[in-house]
Design a binder for this molecule. Structure first.
Ligand code: PMP
Length: 450
């Protein structure tokens, strides 16, 4: 196992420190944001008001020379560290060789290498195959296409609090209206919503929650019409909701008994994020299909569907693909990033980060009843803010904490159906001191906002 030197991870050898030389945003960032507002569609908003110019290890540096602690990884993407040296070198080599041939026209080795790695690393020892795409949403769309073709059935079940993307089918699969769906309909048909397990709010055990879900599916859809059940093993955008023990295994068992394809969307939970290579492992489940993206290629756009060979092969030739899917530069990056996941102790890093996060956040919770719950696994941990009396979600406090932390040089992201969750997704290469300092800033924001 290689031990990461936190001072050199990240291409530009960035000092691993929080450094504020101007208010956020500084003058250069302000100028840039004026240009952005004039040139970029208003719907493409941003969380951190800076012009980012470099990132690595556990920091993002802006055009004014501020160095912000990164507790978001560009939404769980730069898990191996931003501009990881091996990813940078692989990209540079690949891009100088060829930028594109289209895998459907003239196939190349790096695509096959990524598929082989995914087939080997994803849960289950059955024979697997993979197909590569550009984004998480595209992977989810293709998983649904494959499940429909395999089963010959139309319906798909998605869950309360689900997030699967912003394309037409994935908007239909996503639960939350604002900002993801509102005004963008009509949505794709044959998508049905089922209750998820949310122990903090539903108070149900895993088997109880599963029984409720299965009953709804049987009564309102009918197994004979159902191609796939699609779920994030830990719901990401919905609020880092960890299902109660036994929920996911019961759903998988029901799917197996009824010829329904079980799809785990591990776009956010995949690649060591949760302290396991895939979150499905934490719950002892083996999905039929698994979708991945985000962390897969160290920041390059790549996504995949991996699963049982007989399901993956049910589609006719030419039925899957796309001009750019599995681009050779992105695949070279993925080969390097996956090697880093396997050989640079990323699972251990995620577990250690998880312990640091939980210890600190649980200590905060014990003296602050506004923190209703601390939950998550590995380097995917969140706190849910509530009214201490009623448990009503406190979105205003959540957004104020995030804004205060960002102004103090710490990038934190919010999430949750009710907008009342702060999520921590640091790069797995962040140093312990930097992480602790980031949490100090969040704690100070909490203390300030009484
Ligand atoms: N599924 C999950 C679980 C996600 O978290 C996301 C992105 N947040 C997506 C799908 C969509 O991925 P992308 O933005 O790459 O389309």
């Amino acid at each position: 196992m290689t031990v990461i030197d936190h001072t050199i991870v990240g291409g530009p050898a960035l000092a691993q420190e929080r450094r504020l030389v101007t208010p956020i945003p500084g003058p250069r960032s302000q100028e840039f944001l004026v240009r952005k507002a004039a040139a970029v569609a208003a719907g493409v908003s941003h969380t951190v008001p800076i012009e980012a110019v470099a990132a690595g290890g556990g920091v993002v540096v802006d055009a004014d020379g501020n160095s912000l602690i990164d507790l978001g990884s560009g939404i769980a993407v730069t898990s191996v560290g931003n501009a990881h040296p091996a990813v940078v070198a692989a990209v540079q080599d690949a891009v100088a060789q060829m930028t594109h041939t289209c895998f459907m026209i003239s196939p190349y080795e790096s695509y096959v290498a990524v598929a082989e790695k995914l087939n080997r690393l994803t849960p289950g020892d059955h024979v697997k195959k993979s197909a590569l795409f550009n984004s998480g949403a595209e992977a989810v769309e293709n998983a649904v296409k494959i499940a429909r073709r395999y089963t010959g059935r139309p319906a798909v079940v998605a869950f309360d609090h689900a997030y699967h993307g912003r394309t037409n089918l994935t908007m239909a699969l996503t639960a939350k209206s604002m900002p993801y769906k509102s005004g963008f309909g009509p949505f794709a048909s044959e998508v049905y919503r089922a209750p998820a397990s949310y122990p903090f709010r539903d108070g149900l055990t895993g088997p109880e929650a599963a029984a409720k879900t299965i009953s709804l599916i049987e009564k309102q859809i009918g197994a004979e019409n159902l191609a796939a059940v699609l779920i994030e093993p830990i719901q990401g955008e919905g609020g880092f909701i960890v299902p109660a023990d036994g929920f996911l295994p019961a759903i998988v068992e029901w799917c197996r008994a009824n010829g329904v394809v079980f799809i785990a969307d591990e776009v956010q939970t995949g690649f060591a994020r949760t302290g396991a290579m895939f979150a499905s492992e934490l719950f002892g489940i083996v999905p039929d299909l698994i979708t991945t993206a985000k962390g897969i290629a160290g920041g390059m756009p790549l996504a995949a569907v991996t699963g049982r060979a007989e399901i993956m092969d049910a589609t006719h030739a030419g039925g899957l693909g796309g001009t750019y899917g599995g681009n050779p530069v992105a695949c070279a990056a993925a080969v390097a990033a996956i090697d880093a996941f396997e050989n640079e102790g990323m699972l251990e890093h995620a577990q250690r980060i998880g312990q640091l996060l939980r210890t600190r956040l649980e200590a905060l919770q014990s003296s602050d009843p506004r923190i209703g719950e601390v939950r998550g696994h590995g380097a995917m941990v969140a706190i849910e803010f509530v009214d201490p009396e009623t448990k009503a979600p406190d979105a205003a406090l959540t957004s104020a904490i995030a804004k205060t932390a960002i102004a103090a040089g710490v990038i934190v992201l919010t999430c949750g159906t009710y907008g009342n969750v702060i999520r921590f997704l640091p790069p797995l290469t962040i140093g312990d001191d930097l992480l602790a300092e980031g949490l100090d800033v969040v704690a100070a924001a909490l203390a300030e906002l009484t």
